[in-house]
Design a protein around this ligand. Structure first.
Ligand code: SF4
Length: 334
């Protein structure tokens, strides 16, 4: 049995100080903030995560959802996924986020899971979750069992010879299309990180998934204001209609005027090692007529660098059709 220390601070500073008590990198790595626990506790039961210290942040005042000073919305890191999904302003101005959240997990999990925790959700690669198998993400330099193994669910974009795991989150795909920023507080102070710079592709260090430093605490996520007339939508394709991870998904944020696409943000889920922003697709869409031919061209561009593994080649065409459908639905209602 792995024992661990448990603390429940009531202020952000206390939480950071609790994490800062670790003096070495290894000790830092052994400290985990826990909120909803919907990923972490699972992984502790599987012996994949073995923290020596759990800092329970549920007592912190970080569950508010409020207007941002310059427009937009600030979502506290402890705002539960269900609360965010049903928030009136999110549903009115950022439906892509509401739809993404409601497409994920189950009602029970959404009642517990938090905005900050979802940002740090870990991969569902079966080998990562099974300590009997080699996994570079779980234990660096031990090998990747998924390459040449069961990889049907795994990534086709942003992969490396060391890891092809997908980022499993729906929320993070929507936040990527919305160009959210993540506010972090740590031992070195506060900083804001654009979501485009938050995640790290696996490269040679698949165990490093974000730019967070040990002890960094996510305190909130800010959604920027959107131009009037902007529409957004999240479409998720999966093996069953509920409680399932994406084979592929598309988050689109589009502004169409007189049939022409003024602006389009495209992010894809289920296919990338990180929530996948497709600037290639956006470039094709920009300024063009919103029609099926344009959308297909954008989808081709989004997938041009796809590198399927042995079992997930089907994702290339599926992702294209998913994006075309998402764009079609979004612009039909524009
Ligand atoms: Fe581990 Fe990544 Fe390989 Fe899965 S794909 S076994 S997470 S290294």
């Amino acid at each position: 049995m792995q024992t661990f220390e448990y603390s429940r601070p009531t202020t952000i500073d206390q939480s950071i100080q609790a994490a800062a008590r670790a003096k070495t990198a290894q000790q830092y790595a052994d400290i985990r903030f826990v909120a909803g626990g919907t990923t972490l506790v699972d992984l502790m039961k599987l012996d994949v995560e073995r923290p020596n210290q759990l800092v329970d942040i549920n007592g912190l005042p970080l569950d508010q959802i409020q207007p941002a000073p310059g427009g937009g919305l600030v979502i506290g890191a402890l705002a539960r996924n269900a609360v965010v999904a049903h928030h009136a302003v999110v549903q009115r101005d950022y439906p892509v986020l509401s739809e993404a959240l409601l497409s994920g997990a189950s009602p029970q999990l959404r009642n517990m899971a938090t905005t900050g925790g979802n940002l740090l959700q870990r991969t569902r690669c079966v080998y990562f979750r099974d300590t009997a198998h080699a996994c570079n993400k779980r234990e660096p330099d031990t090998g990747c069992s998924a390459i040449g193994g069961h990889n049907r669910m795994l990534a086709i974009l942003g992969t490396s010879k060391n890891c092809i795991a997908t980022n499993p989150s729906d929320q993070n795909v929507a936040l990527t299309a919305l160009e959210a920023t993540i506010q972090v507080q740590g031992t070195k102070g506060k900083r804001s990180i654009p979501i485009a710079e938050f995640y790290l592709k696996p490269g040679n260090t698949p165990h490093r998934e974000t730019v967070l430093d040990p002890g960094d605490l996510i305190v909130s996520v800010t959604l920027p204001p959107l131009e009037p007339g902007t529409r957004s939508h999240y479409l998720k394709l999966r093996d069953r209609a509920a409680y399932e991870f994406a084979l592929t998904s598309a988050a689109v944020v589009v502004n169409v005027n007189s049939g022409k696409i003024k602006k389009a943000h495209v992010a894809l889920g289920g296919v990338g090692t990180v929530p996948w922003r497709s600037h290639e697709a956006e470039h094709v869409l920009q300024g063009q007529t919103a029609n099926a031919a344009t959308f297909r061209k954008a989808a081709e561009a989004a997938m041009k660098d796809a590198q399927p593994a042995s079992e997930n080649g089907f994702k290339v065409e599926l992702a294209k059709r998913c994006l075309v459908r998402a764009l079609t639905v979004t612009t039909q209602t524009a």
